[in-house]
Design a protein around this ligand. Structure first.
Ligand code: PLP
Length: 416
């Protein structure tokens, strides 16, 4: 019965192996990505995937839950301690379902909600029109100011007073600055809305204490577990105890069936890893690297939205470099630098061919790279921007990057 993946399905085995090499040999700057630890991957690839566990610990609909109950309890105990939260739910399948659970807990279809618009850096699930959250709810989008591209609280306050939303989402997917949860909460209180802080991108920074926490300020906190938090692909919700029942019911049976127990176990492992002094250092280094990369890029004449960063990500406007975000991201990939093209606030170009790229430093920091490597990276990025059709240049840089990567092995990946 012991047959390896390579024996059963050589095609998939080969593709996974190629992906390992890709993740090992390239500089991964997609701001939502990271390298999970080998311990996290071991838990998430375990026999727990075989078990069905509808319900919550101690209140399941199937037998045989002793181990799974203990695992889910541990995940919750660790997360509540780590974030100082009264309540947690680790069952959402990912960040988007965690957000849907917040809607289901507090809204009826057709209710008014507010969230940051996608073009300003918000997430699809904060009410954008192509998402179910923009179709089933009356969604009012807010954004950033035209002048400094920071969150526009004056407009948010007046929109909230005009439309009286039931829920206000804060948090973003492409916003390089600290989120002021306190001001959001004061606006929510003025209109009796519930504030949901979506910390999908910054959960690791919050856990490390390098971004202010929304715990104690937002009534509900949603997140992924796989971005800066460095856990498995998954979701979680933290909330005050008064909302525990509503959140639990919304996740199950409101939205989902059986929880992904292998993911729950891996979240527990990630929470343990994050509750260590090393993780605080890790979080601080992510931010230090993002600032260093930003400074170096500014030095090469790049333009950064808001002029820099407070967190793990940078949003660069390529207009001064005379190249679109998409062809630049494609050229960078050929040079071994992987990021995504991204709209910038008030982008004159179309979403599929926008002016910017988004860069994040979580994955490189996991590999142990520091300020020196960020400076080197900015130099390569500048070279590619100067002649983005030069394939010889791209191949040369890709080779140099492969050598650099070999000095900074990533968890669980081969060195080629
Ligand atoms: C990534 C992200 C999500 C969605 O997470 P998925 O796991 O991709 O569903 C939700 N909100 C924000 C702010 C995000 O950045």
């Amino acid at each position: 019965m012991t047959t390896t993946l390579a024996q059963v399905d050589p095609e998939i085995a080969e593709l996974i192996s190629a992906e390992k090499t890709r993740q090992a040999d390239n500089l991964r700057l997609i701001a939502s990505e990271n390298y999970a630890s080998e311990a996290v991957m071991e838990a998430s690839a375990s026999v727990l995937t075989n078990k069905y566990s509808e319900g919550y610990p101690g209140r399941r609909y199937y037998q045989g839950q002793d181990n799974v109950d203990a695992i889910e309890r541990l995940a919750n105990v660790r997360l509540r301690k780590l974030f100082g939260a009264e309540w947690s739910n680790v069952q959402p399948y990912s960040g988007s379902p965690a957000n849907l659970a917040a809607y289901l807990a507090f809204c009826d279809a057709g209710d008014t909600i507010m969230g940051m618009g996608l073009p300003a850096g918000g997430h699809l699930t904060h009410g954008w029109n192509v998402s179910i959250t923009g179709k089933y709810f009356k969604s009012i989008a807010y954004g950033v100011t035209k002048t400094d591209h920071r969150i526009d609280f004056d407009t948010i306050r007046s929109l909230a007073k005009e439309h009286r939303p039931k829920l206000i989402f804060c948090g973003a997917t492409a916003y390089p600055r600290t989120i002021d949860f306190g001001t959001f909460r004061s606006i929510a209180d003025e209109v009796d809305a519930i504030l949901v802080a979506d910390i999908a991108h910054i959960a690791g920074l919050v856990a490390a204490g390098v971004h202010p926490t929304p715990v104690g300020t937002a009534q509900v906190i949603t997140s992924t577990t796989h971005k800066t938090f460095r856990g498995p692909r998954g979701g979680m919700i933290l909330c005050d105890k008064v909302h525990a029942k509503a959140i639990n019911r919304a996740v199950f049976p409101g939205l989902q069936g059986g929880p992904h127990n292998h993911t729950t176990a891996a979240i527990a492992v990630a929470a343990k890893e994050a509750d260590c002094p090393e993780f605080k250092i890790y979080g601080a280094k992510i931010v230090e690297n993002a600032k260093a990369l930003g400074e170096a890029l500014l030095g090469y004449g790049f333009s950064l939205i808001t002029g820099g960063t407070d967190n793990h990500l940078l949003l660069a406007d390529l207009t001064p470099k005379g190249i679109g975000g998409k062809p630049y991201a494609q050229a960078l990939e050929k040079a071994g630098i992987v990021c995504n093209y991204n709209s910038i606030p008030f982008d004159p170009r179309k979403p599929f061919d926008p002016s910017g790229i988004r860069l994040g430093t979580a994955a490189l920091t996991t590999r142990g790279m520091g300020v020196q490597q960020m400076t080197q990276l900015a130099g390569w990025m500048n070279e590619v921007a100067q002649s983005h059709e030069d394939e010889t240049l791209q191949a040369r840089i890709a080779g140099e990057i492969k050598e650099l990567c070999a000095q900074f092995p990533a968890p669980g990946l081969p060195l080629s």
